[in-house]
Write a protein that binds this ligand. Structure first.
Ligand SMILES: C[S@@+](CC[C@H](N)C(=O)[O-])C[C@H]1O[C@@H](n2cnc3c(N)ncnc32)[C@H](O)[C@@H]1O
Length: 232
């Protein structure tokens, strides 16, 4: 699938299901202590009065942005779906949410203390992940942190129904070794991995869930030569 086709189908699908998705996932983190532990560890790295902004990439209805904000993180959200951004703004009126794509972020080089991609790369074809990771590397300050959550596996499933609607959406389960390799190639240094079994709410459709913490080394060059420039 070309980049523009994937972005179009993903945007259309989430525009269709935004309110229902928000309602279903509203309190989901309450029952996931390990997921919250990774968010708390990430928050410790990027919080504080002098800390810069943290971009929640593919923020959806903003529940993770708001959770990070409650932990003292200066977080804002970006999502492909304008209707998701409408829901996020209505649900969290004190926070900033912008429409945009993590394949071409409207953020300056070295401008973000941190980035989160919480199950938001699961619709990106694996061959396009290098574009996303290059963008994350570009916008992070040297020493900035990334937290990425994704589904473990090696398959693509096509959804034609979801959240009470007909839709068309591809979901990817990705091998952790591939994500680790692509992060390294983008210049992002992996320093913690949590892989947990599916909980009752995820069985039987989903398998293991992965949560990776990585950072952009202090001495990292502004652009990685082997990554294509997504803005060109
Ligand atoms: C499974 S939802 C996760 C939403 C949110 N992170 C959460 O956990 O509630 C995936 C989200 O990623 C967004 N998304 C997918 N590809 C994106 C891209 N290239 N740029 C920005 N957002 C994207 C979708 O619009 C959708 O809101």
């Amino acid at each position: 699938m070309t980049e523009s086709a994937y972005l179009h189908t993903t945007r259309t699908a989430y525009d269709t299901v935004a309110p229902e998705y928000a309602e279903l996932l509203r309190n989901e983190l309450d029952g996931k202590p390990l997921d919250r532990a990774m968010l708390a560890a990430f928050a410790e790295h990027v919080q504080g009065p002098d800390a810069g902004e943290v971009a929640d990439l593919g923020c959806g209805p903003g529940r993770v942005t708001a959770h990070l904000h409650s932990l003292g993180v200066n977080a804002f959200g970006i999502d492909l779906s304008p209707r998701m951004i409408d829901v996020a703004r209505r649900s969290h009126p004190g926070l900033r949410f912008d429409v945009g794509s993590m394949t071409a972020l409207d953020l300056a080089d070295a401008s973000s203390a941190g980035a989160v991609a919480w199950y938001s790369t699961v619709h990106t074809p694996p061959e396009l992940l290098p574009t996303v990771f290059a963008e994350i590397h570009r916008v992070l300050v040297p020493g900035g942190h990334l937290l990425i959550a994704f589904k473990v596996g090696d398959e693509r499933r096509h959804l034609s129904r979801g959240y009470g609607h007909e839709l068309s959406l591809d979901v990817y389960w990705t091998p952790p070794e591939l994500v680790a390799d692509l992060l390294a190639k983008a210049g992002l240094s992996l320093y913690a991995q949590l892989i947990r079994e599916p909980d009752d709410s995820e069985k039987p459709r989903s398998g293991r869930q992965a949560f990776f913490l990585a950072h952009k080394p202090e001495n990292s060059p502004a652009h990685k030569p082997e990554a294509s420039d997504p803005r060109s």
